[in-house]
Design a binder for this molecule. Structure first.
Ligand code: OXD
Ligand code: MN
Length: 594
């Protein structure tokens, strides 16, 4: 086999993998455009990719997964640590030695008649002190093409790696896409990921959730940094000063929309601008000046297509117009473009639905054109509001952390924690009500600590302790301030009270003013809240009044008493690793709302 590196640990691992998987051919991904173009041409010949209208959507392709393979599968995702306790009560656990054996038995010989692609990739700008390296082997050109958008791939990565053993081993085998034998396994102690019988993005683009969150959160705990499920945005004020915010929301709460928001008209006129650094993942580390700095380890956006349109997120839509791979969207056969529910009101009448079956714009039936979890994989460079700091190897300094979820009645529009530990408490009890987009009952509260529930690569209580420990290393005035937001509060008639989208900037403005000590707050039972008149609602007269704002900022003690019970149950379910500092915050909350 041709070798692209002399790294002994890489070569030994590849030799072992090749002997097990038995590929017919081996191809190293060098990162050159010509190589990627050729591979995509090859995939078009086999039907793995469909080339779209190159005038309207240059270098864009469509891919369809198997119908049994359209989303991340939490029930089949495992953290394989030496003991079950290390994985903690929120993760599925399996014994590492037994799991390696089981996965090897499934994968053995599965590359026969296929090509093994070796993808060296960097999470974060290549060579950045905050970046980390992985190597993924796969038998899917779709995976290669997606990884080349979502990460930095190629020979340069191997040059930076040199002879180091600090890299993440990733094996992906499509096998037969057998849902019964589908496993997404992380071995944090071994820097190893093993994914079999899936071809869907979140399960197979191993740099993303598997590495940048599950493995990286474990590395971060060991090495004193943080890997979080957070967007990063820069908010520039009319004076040209930019403040950076990291925000964590459970899936389906509009992270990509917030990261790419367009300021309301009045703000735009005044000179406010929003810049996107990332829409999903942050790696965060203390800088030489004592502040926390964040990078986005990714190089593209793997966004949900349905609901993305000219109003909800024009920047995301613009980002998908070139060099994008669409997965499981509807195929407009008249002009060879794509469509999804919520793109516009003109569904194509001559189309193939996401499964490839003919579809004539049947919007009134329960058969959608695009899968509800259909996706675009789009290069970050396409994003009209991409931050000029996107490639900064040192990252951006963080002024505020925001947590948020969907709570129709409970959480106010915004509140601020009393201090770091109380902020960690607020993140640890983050919760969201289920929507119709997920299976199961609607409106059920799901605890999703720091929006990391499916992504913490070790015990949850120990992860909370790591957050508390990070706080101890920060001088209070340099630590990011911590907030909670709720864009989804509803009135008694069930209508959303806050317009959301670009108008969320009004809340971010208050948050930044708090960080800069420019505005007072009211201390309440749950934390610091804005005086209603300090949230600017100019221009929103039809939608928000001072009275409705007051009610969005109210604390209903009886609901909070219920919440306290829910938190007590949740903490009890996590066992005795939940730090004492968080139990103390819970006690305070309980007393305050009695
Ligand atoms: C995602 C998710 O796809 O969080 O980013 O589910
Ligand atoms: Mn996510």
């Amino acid at each position: 086999m041709e070798r692209l590196t002399k790294n002994p640990t890489v070569n030994a691992w590849l030799d072992e993998r090749i002997a097990l998987l038995c590929p017919d051919n081996i191809v190293w991904i060098t990162g050159e455009k010509s190589q990627l173009d050729e591979l995509k041409e090859e995939a078009c010949k086999t039907g793995e990719l469909i080339k779209l209208n190159q005038e309207l959507l240059p270098e864009c392709y469509l891919h369809r997964t198997a119908v049994n393979d359209v989303a991340r599968v939490e029930a089949r995702t495992f953290i394989c640590t030496p003991t079950k306790e290390e994985a903690g009560p929120l993760n599925n656990w399996m014994d590492p030695a037994e799991t390696y054996k089981m996965l090897d038995d499934i994968a053995r010989g599965s590359y026969k008649g296929r090509t093994m692609y070796i993808i060296p990739y960097s999470m974060g700008p290549i060579g950045s002190p905050l970046a980390k390296i992985g190597i993924e082997i796969t038998d899917s050109i779709y995976v290669v093409a997606n990884m080349a958008i979502m990460t930095r791939v190629g020979t340069k990565v191997l040059e930076v790696l040199g002879d180091s053993d600090d890299w993440v081993r990733g094996t992906h085998c499509k096998c037969d896409i057998d849902a019964e034998k589908r496993y997404i396994c992380q071995f944090p102690q071994d820097n190893t990921i093993y994914s079999v019988n899936s071809g869907y993005g979140g399960n197979v683009l191993l740099g993303k959730k598997c590495f940048a969150l599950r493995i990286a959160s474990y590395q971060a705990m060991k090495e004193g940094w943080q890997a979080e499920h957070m967007l990063i945005l820069g908010l520039q004020n009319p004076k040209g000063e930019t403040k950076y915010i990291c925000a964590a929301f459970p899936s389906a709460c509009g992270k990509t929309n917030l990261a790419m928001m367009i300021p309301p008209e009045g703000y735009k006129k005044d000179g406010y601008k929003v810049f996107t650094v990332g829409d999903d993942i942050s790696w965060i580390r203390k800088g030489a000046d004592g502040r926390l700095y964040a990078i986005n380890p990714e190089n593209g956006f793997f966004g949900v297509a349905p609901g993305t349109n000219d109003k909800s997120n024009p920047n995301a839509l613009a980002t998908t117009k070139r060099g994008t791979i669409f997965t499981n969207v509807c195929h407009n056969l008249d002009n060879n473009t794509v469509w999804w529910e919520g793109l516009d009101k003109n569904p194509p009448t001559n189309a193939d639905d996401w499964t490839g079956v003919h579809w004539n714009g049947e919007v009134d039936t329960d058969r959608p054109g695009a899968n509800p979890n259909s996706r675009f994989t789009a290069p970050a460079v396409n994003c009209p509001c991409l931050s000029s700091e996107f490639e900064n190897p040192e990252g951006v300094p963080i002024s505020a952390f925001i947590f948020g979820g969907r709570r129709a009645k409970l959480a106010p529009l915004v509140y601020q924690s009393r201090d770091w530990n109380h902020g960690v408490f607020i993140g640890s009890v983050l919760s969201s009500e289920t929507t119709a987009a997920a299976t199961g009952a609607v409106g059920v509260v799901r605890r999703d600590p720091m929006a990391m529930r499916p992504f913490i690569g070790y015990d949850c209580g120990t992860y909370f302790k790591h957050w508390i420990d990070i706080g101890k290393t920060l001088e209070p005035e340099k630590a990011p301030k911590i907030f909670n937001v709720n864009w989804f509060r509803k009135d008694d008639e069930g209508h959303f009270m806050w317009p959301g989208f670009g108008d969320n900037l009004r809340v971010l403005e208050w948050i930044i003013k708090r960080c800069d000590g420019e505005v007072d707050a009211v201390e309440t039972e749950i934390g610091f809240m804005p005086k209603p008149e300090d949230i600017n609602i100019e221009g929103l007269e039809d939608e928000v009044t001072l009275d409705s704002l007051k009610s969005m900022l109210s604390v209903d003690k009886s609901l909070w008493q219920e919440e306290v019970k829910g938190i007590e149950e949740f903490y009890a379910s996590l066992g005795d690793t939940v730090p004492a500092e968080l139990h103390a915050c819970l006690d305070t909350l309980k007393k305050n709302v009695e």
